[in-house]
Design a protein around this ligand. Structure first.
Ligand SMILES: CC(C)(COP(=O)(O)OP(=O)(O)OC[C@H]1O[C@@H](n2cnc3c(N)ncnc32)[C@H](O)[C@@H]1OP(=O)(O)O)[C@@H](O)C(=O)NCCC(=O)NCCS
Length: 295
């Protein structure tokens, strides 16, 4: 029996304070102390333009706030700079993954005590794209998913958030099965030949590589069946979905891709950022995986 109940006071809308950045005065002192100068909306815009981010771009951003140095205005400033550069004809997308919406009985990192599992299954709130928090996506992505006008796709564990003219194309057909495969926002980014920007993040976080995995695996390759709690007609139900469960070395693929010269790298704030075409990256990774892993 389910003991989950909807919370009425959220019915009017999303709580806007959910995107608050976790920081202590001591940590802020250290960030300021380590910086030569503050990173601002203006300096971020100029760095992003120098890197090659252009007006009208459709871009998927994987980001770390602390890697940028001390940012005046935190996540809001980063999002403002990105939107400022791509302009009204550009579309900004970020991952909004929420891996916590899975069966606790399957958790391994960390596992939960076996005698907790039933209680957790019964009481776990379902994924709700309007209010479920992201997990491990960082303060910028969490701020972004809550920003006015941003839309989120409807996948319980690997959703994406976007704003701009291409947001419906990117997000609306997100398939429940193989959520990072051909029915994913990343695959639509490929179709649009969008950009991928690693902003203090590495290729290990480059989720478009999963599209390449789906393209490279043999048709009969086993997938992992995950269970997630979602809302159907006001009720919480658990749904099954099949997802890829590989442990491919995205960092090495990214290194090999960078060596082809197809990626532009340069300073943004205190980090070295990387900008690339989604199509070039996915095609390269698919070939690499065929050759080195699934060939
Ligand atoms: C995991 C990850 C988000 C961690 O990055 P992070 O910078 O440590 O964390 P956040 O981006 O959440 O930002 C919070 C940090 O910014 C710091 N911070 C707070 N205010 C700040 C400011 N104004 N300027 C700069 N940093 C600030 C916080 O103190 C905190 O750092 P701390 O934990 O060392 O104290 C990052 O490494 C990453 O992987 N990003 C990509 C995620 C992704 O796209 N994943 C896709 C699927 S794998």
């Amino acid at each position: 029996m389910s003991v989950w109940r909807p919370v009425d006071r959220f019915a009017e809308g999303v709580r806007r304070d959910q995107g608050a950045v976790r920081v202590t005065a001591e940590r802020e002192r250290a960030l300021i102390g380590a910086a030569h100068r503050p990173v601002t909306v203006v300096s971020l815009r100029s760095d992003l333009e120098a890197l090659g981010l252009a007006p009208g771009a459709t871009v998927m951003v994987h980001a770390s706030l602390s890697a940028l140095g001390y940012v005046v205005g935190g996540p809001e400033a980063v999002v403002e700079a990105l939107i400022g550069v791509i302009g009204p004809t550009g579309t900004l997308m970020m991952p909004a993954h929420s891996g916590q919406y899975t069966d606790p009985g399957s958790w391994r990192n960390p596992p939960v005590p076996v005698d907790w599992v039933e209680t957790m299954r019964e009481s776990m709130p379902p994924f709700d794209k309007a209010k479920s928090p992201t997990r491990m996506m960082g303060a910028i992505a969490e701020y972004f998913r809550l920003a006015p006008g941003v839309r989120r796709s409807n996948h319980p564990t690997v959703s994406a958030a976007a704003i701009g003219p291409n947001m419906a194309t990117l997000l609306d057909g997100h398939s429940l099965n193989q959520g990072l495969g051909e029915g994913s926002p990343q695959a639509r980014l490929y179709d649009l030949d969008g950009r991928i920007l690693l902003l203090g993040a590495s290729h290990a976080n480059n989720t478009s590589m999963h599209v390449a995995e789906y393209r490279a695996i043999p048709h009969d390759h086993p997938l992992l069946t995950q269970r997630s709690p979602v809302i159907v007609e006001g009720e919480r139900v658990w749904v099954d979905h099949d997802e890829i469960d590989e442990d491919n070395d995205f960092a090495s693929i990214g290194e090999a891709f960078a060596a082809t010269g197809a990626q532009r790298s340069g300073p943004v704030g205190a980090c070295e950022a990387h900008l690339m075409g989604a199509r070039a990256l996915v095609d390269f990774a698919t070939r690499w995986l065929h050759r080195h892993v699934y060939g």
